[in-house]
Design a protein around this ligand. Sequence first.
Ligand code: ADP
Length: 192
Amino acid sequence: MLNLVIYGPPGSGKGTHSKLLAKRYNLFHISFGDFLRTEKEKKSSLGILIEPYLNAGKLVPDRIVFNCLRKILDIKTSKQGFIFDGFPRTLEQAKGLTKIMEEKGDSLKLTIDLSVNKTCYLQRIEARSPDNQREDDKIKETVEQRINSYIANSKGIIRYYKRLNKYKRIFAHQTKEITHQQICQRVDSFFK
Ligand code: ADP
């Protein structure tokens, strides 16, 4: 199966590009942030548990996250694979994803890292239209916290995927269309 991870800082375009790739390659899009936000809005028992983390922009503990991941991966789908958006966010999650996929007799094929500098991703977060703007984008401290957790974890995650030979970096400062084409070229050449 064509299982992909789309990685990058908040505001790098993970959500946008995941949707485009899901369409193009017929993949099941798993947006971890959306999944958690929906639970929070539903006020389910999981939602109540994770709400303080989401409001503060802090990572939800791995124990909870792995339970969610297992449930999501149990969903029956006729798609060609999964695209993970917002997962992994820690080295432990990256290792856990490898393990859980293996348990399912499957594997992750490629991680696409959307590389954008801090000025650019901060501008993009600010530019999200008011209707589109998420609660956790409105509070400066929450945005800072999400960026800090990205900075703290990204080196380890990138090193891990490089070592597994499953890493491609894409410079994602250009338009959505150009970046999408660049990603597709990488994905296609990886599978040739
Ligand atoms: P962004 O990438 O812009 O920070 P997301 O929508 O992907 O936004 O995530 C929003 C919030 O959901 C995060 O700040 C965090 O609280 C929680 N979250 C999302 N993915 C994970 C994850 N893999 N592990 C732990 N917490 C997560």
